[in-house]
Design a protein around this ligand. Structure first.
Ligand code: C2E
Ligand code: MG
Ligand code: MG
Length: 605
């Protein structure tokens, strides 16, 4: 269905008409071919054509075209039959039908009009007449749709259109397996305000609230999170003081929470009308497909009941329908707020996991891994708190500290007898995207005095692939500083070889998911062998992580994997323990990685 979402000039309107879905039913394909050619010349592009009249009703039900061009005389099911059946169906009876007929008899025409056809055209059709009739019919339909499917006060889709869109979103989601979130927004105490200040101000308030909700959906944070170009198009006025939003294909329920939060925040500034200051808040309920329900009706009911629950809890908040998600979401909000304080309270520290050359058993490098000692939660794993920190932007200041501290530490070890050890630092995409990232790295190197070639920056493969072209420039800037670059969790993303040759990287880390059983699982073995061979041919160093046992170690040694990181040698260690471990492995005066010039790693290093 096409809609006049934002009223524009006439040309704009005509352009929108060209998006209409035009269905044709005629038992002789030559007729529909000719019409299609005429219409394509006029700029129409969406056609749905069948020469089997028996299939027409099914197609109408599943596709709901904007207009139907219908032949009358067809074997089995005739045009009359189709017309009559359409008029009996609630969802089809408003679809305009233009009947094509070679009959000139007034009785036929009358009967056709009585059955609800909007217009008819004589066969063979005249192209300019066809185009004119179609345009008129579609314009009338667009106008009717506007009345029938849009709210006149706010201009938003109304409940009918919302339900229709949600129904079709559920149908699509069932096909492509993606989730849908439904947000049901209730304005708190609206009725009271309306009664006190009168319906005129009530209307203005609704209009303004609709604008604020829509604008909050336009924020770039939300559009990037949802990966959905225009989430505000799926905002509807559901009823008096209720609005609804469909959020298809969201990634995490947390993203739905962020949307709800931002809608609630948008109500915060005072509304001012005719010298009245009005305070308004919103309560929001969220239901998800397929977890909470598998159909539009139930989703709507559940979202509304969650809104009711939010109101009972004191309004101005959001609730998920699912108890479990509610509990998790509350917990994560709590953790996020503690995480904010954790930097100032100095609750983060780094542990270091040795990277060992399996031929000499010497510690060549370490990977710095972040640890959070929370007074409330105890030790929290990065797998749990990194996504939160990435979400609320805290990863950037945290990550900067990690780089500074890792450089400082490596330099300190050096003065205590551990020479030339490299330190690898994980970099999240949020950090990497910041314009001053290279500057931050340079400062950390300058301040610590660490030799740039002893710092390795790890970036995960999947993140790198997301915006490869854009990142290449930053990678080159970093290379110019002299640091090494590594692709972490390699094998889990979808790097193509051609990208690898264009990234100025020095190292690949085989994802531990391939390493654990690399010696017994033929598929993992094949992936491992291929990665090592590819890395060798590109002159890259290969690190295998997650090596716990002798089996994988033996395999990797045979395949000439350069470095091993894993519990087999050591878990991540606190800084003092690491120094002790490395000194005992390497002999008390360590000369590390670069005493053998053949081992100097990297493509461009
Ligand atoms: P990663 O960079 O792939 O780090 C390797 C993870 O595997 C570490 O988990 C390490 O403790 C674990 N590991 C190492 N050897 C073994 C083994 O033999 N067996 C098993 N089962 N696990 C092993 P950790 O420390 O929990 O870190 C998880 C992830 O969190 C890291 O994966 C990294 O992506 C992220 N991370 C950690 N620190 C930082 C940081 O400072 N900045 C950023 N952006 N991400 C970090
Ligand atoms: Mg890593
Ligand atoms: Mg990794």
């Amino acid at each position: 269905m096409f809609h006049k979402e934002e009223a524009g000039c006439f040309d704009n309107h005509l352009a929108k008409l060209k998006n209409a879905v035009i269905m044709m039913v005629d038992d002789e394909p030559i007729n529909t071919d000719v019409i299609q050619i005429h219409l394509e010349t006029a700029g129409y592009r969406n056609f749905l054509i069948t020469d089997k009249s028996g299939e027409a009703m099914g197609l109408l039900r599943s596709e709901r075209p904007d207009v139907l061009l219908l032949d009358l005389k067809m074997p089995d099911v005739t045009g009359f039959d189709i017309l009559a059946e359409m008029r009996r169906e609630q969802l089809l009876k408003h679809i305009p039908v233009i009947v094509l007929t070679s009959s000139t008899s007034p009785e036929t025409k009358l009967k056709v009009l009585e059955l609800g056809a909007s217009d008819f055209l004589s066969k063979p059709v005249d192209s300019s007449e066809l185009i004119l009739r179609l345009q008129n019919t579609l314009t009338a339909k667009a106008y009717q749709d506007q009345l029938a499917f849009y709210d006149s006060l706010t201009g938003l889709p109304n409940r009918h259109l919302f339900i229709e869109r949600l129904t079709s979103a559920v149908k699509n989601a069932a096909d492509d397996g993606k989730p849908i979130g439904v947000l049901h927004i209730g304005l708190d105490r609206f009725k009271q305000i309306n009664d006190t200040l009168g319906p005129k101000i009530g209307d203005m308030l609704l209009e303004e609230a609709a604008v604020r909700i829509r604008d909050s959906l336009r924020s770039s944070d939300i559009t990037t999170r949802l990966g959905h170009a225009r989430p505000w198009n799926d905002l509807a006025r559901f009823g008096g003081d209720e609005f609804s939003i469909i959020l298809p294909q969201y990634r995490l329920v947390d993203d739905l929470a962020v949307v709800a939060h931002s809608v609630i925040e948008s109500m915060r500034p005072i509304f001012v009308f005719d010298e009245h200051d009005v305070y308004l808040t919103a309560s929001i309920g969220i239901a998800t497909y397929p977890d909470d329900a598998d159909n539009a009706d139930t989703l709507i009911k559940q979202a509304a009941s969650a809104t009711h629950h939010a109101k009972q809890l004191g309004r101005n908040n959001f609730q998920f329908y699912s108890e479990e998600i509610n509990a998790r979401s509350t917990e994560r909000l709590k953790m996020a707020s503690l995480l904010r304080k954790a930097i100032d309270n100095d609750e983060f520290l780094l542990h270091y996991q040795p990277q060992v050359d399996p031929r000499s058993d010497k510690v060549i490098g370490v990977e710095a891994l972040l640890r959070w000692h929370s007074p409330i939660y105890g030790n929290v794993s990065p797998a749990e708190f990194m996504p939160l920190a990435e979400d609320n932007g805290m990863i950037v200041p945290i990550g900067t500290r990690v780089i500074q501290e890792a450089c400082r530490q490596a330099q300190e070890w050096r003065s205590r007898g551990l020479q030339n050890i490299t330190v690898s630092v994980n970099v999240s995409m949020e950090q990497f995207r910041k314009r001053d990232f290279t500057e931050i790295v340079k400062e950390a190197l300058d301040k610590s005095g660490l030799y740039p070639g002893h710092l390795v920056l790890e970036i995960t493969e999947s993140l790198m692939m997301e915006n490869a072209e854009k990142h290449i420039k930053t990678l080159h800037e970093l290379k110019e500083l002299g640091v090494d670059l590594s692709i972490d969790d390699f094998g889990t993303g979808y790097s193509s070889l051609s990208y690898l040759t264009r990234f100025p990287v020095d190292e690949l880390k085989i994802a531990s998911s391939f390493v654990t059983n690399i010696h017994e699982d033929p598929e993992h073995a094949a992936v491992g062998r291929a990665i090592i061979a590819m890395a060798k041919s590109l002159g890259l160093r290969v690190v295998a992580e997650g090596v716990e046992k002798k089996g994988p170690l033996k395999f990797l040694l045979e395949k000439e994997c350069d470095l091993i990181q894993g519990y087999y040698y050591s878990k991540p260690l606190a800084k003092e323990q690491l120094l002790e471990f490395a000194l005992s492995m390497n002999g008390h005066r360590d000369n590390g990685r670069f005493d053998d010039p053949k081992k100097t790693p990297g493509l461009s290093g």
